[in-house]
Design a protein around this ligand. Structure first.
Ligand code: SAM
Ligand code: DTB
Ligand code: SF4
Length: 366
């Protein structure tokens, strides 16, 4: 077990983002594990120091942090529904639903409240406790009647005793009030990667546009769900930058989805990657990102999101060991596959974990 030492000064002297001494790395890790509440001022050097810790030690530390802040036997089950598929005007290079990409996903209309009711009921019967509605929109500007219907959908989900989450693209301050009134639990708006790498991935909006939406949600009573995608051709420094943006939010995001890129045929990123020399994402990079997120954002729910279906059960187990405590489960993600409820319930049982109850938290002492 790592010993806890309070002196942190030598780390500041010894460490630079590229060259980290083992001693400095040990000290920052010990410092992180000694905290009894979240810290919002992590530097990139500190995060990099944790991220580059030898993997066995990093996972052990993340597990220690996880057990200090959460009941490690509880996993949150979330289910997604695509309420407005395809035809999105943003040019996110990874997305099957962008009209800039040439994929098989067709543009459809916003679904009815009845359809949401049927899907949410199925999710509830299968043990999911959070129901997330996703729309392929740039944002909510000029969508007054859609906002009305979505608010009704949120109330419908809440009335079933489920937590509600929506992801509708960009929001202004004025858009949060109807969602808050409807009783929305959380809003998902991902920052996806580092500020530096973002412009290589999306050019129809900026990193600051995303942060502005997150800021509007933070000012409301709605919880923030924000995370990103691993495998966008990012460097290790980009993953550190991504974690830096998240961990400097105050409060930390309530939930942090970690998606592994699903390479959808016809998307720009798939074409770009064929010609790219960037290192492909290793499973160890995913584990490092999760473990570092757990250590520096100890109270957040860390959710294994898109691309989980590509992982072996043993790999998912390592992600839980590294501090994941939430998954998307059910028939599908938005347009890509998801691991089904039966498979997931059997997996959790096998590993000695169980689904979290609705509106409860895995956080100890709350
Ligand atoms: N339009 C809204 C938005 O962008 O916020 C909501 C829907 S969007 C599909 C939700 C998130 O899914 C994106 O922010 C991105 O992080 C993730 N995502 C989309 N396509 C993906 C892919 N092919 N692989 C992994 N994650 C993906
Ligand atoms: C998140 O980070 N992942 C979910 C949820 N938030 C909305 C969406 C993943 C979508 C993956 C690609 C697809 O299925 O189209
Ligand atoms: Fe549109 Fe969201 Fe897909 Fe980007 S990620 S193209 S905003 S649906």
């Amino acid at each position: 077990m790592l010993s806890l030492r309070s002196s942190f000064a030598p780390f500041r002297r010894a460490c630079t983002i590229r060259r980290l001494t083992t001693v400095a790395s040990d000290e920052v890790l010990e410092y992180a594990l000694s905290l009894s509440k979240p810290k919002y001022t992590w530097t990139k050097n500190e995060i990099s120091s944790i991220y580059t810790t030898p993997l066995m030690k990093l996972v052990n530390a993340a597990q220690a942090q996880h057990r200090k802040f959460h009941d490690p036997t509880k996993i949150q089950l979330c289910t997604l529904m695509n309420i407005k598929s395809g035809g999105c005007t943003e040019n996110c290079s990874y997305c099957s639903q962008s009209s800039s990409n040439n994929t098989s996903v067709k543009a459809e209309k916003l679904v009815t409240i009845e359809e949401v009711k049927i899907n949410a009921l199925e999710a509830k019967r299968n043990g999911s406790t959070r129901f997330c509605l996703g729309a392929a929109w740039r944002g909510m500007e000029g969508r007054k009647s859609a906002m009305k219907r979505i608010s009704e959908m949120v109330k419908t989900v809440n009335d079933m005793g489920l937590e509600s989450c929506v992801t509708l693209g960009m929001l202004e301050d004025s858009h949060t009030a109807p969602l808050e009134e409807a009783g929305l639990s959380a809003y998902n708006c991902n920052i996806d990667t580092s500020r530096e790498h973002y412009k290589n991935i999306v050019s129809s909006r900026s990193y600051d546009d995303r942060l502005q939406t997150i800021n509007s949600i933070q000012k409301s009573g709605i919880k923030v769900c924000t995370g990103g995608i691993l495998g966008l051709g990012e460097s290790e420094q980009d993953r550190v930058g991504f974690l830096s943006t998240l961990s400097n939010m105050e409060p930390h995001p309530e939930s942090v989805p970690i998606n592994r890129l699903v390479p959808v045929p016809g998307t720009k990123i798939v074409k770009d990657m064929k010609n790219s020399k960037s290192k492909t994402l290793g499973f160890d990079d995913i584990v490092r990102t999760i473990a570092t997120a757990r250590i520096i954002m100890p109270e957040s729910m860390i959710r294994l999101a898109a691309g989980r279906y590509t992982m072996r059960e043993s790999e998912q187990f390592i992600c839980f060991m590294a501090g994941c405590n939430s998954i998307f489960t059910g028939k599908d993600m938005l347009t890509t596959p998801c691991n089904g409820w039966e498979e997931d319930k059997a997996m959790l049982k096998k590993w000695g974990m169980e689904p979290l109850r609705p509106f409860s938290t895995t956080t100890l002492g709350q």
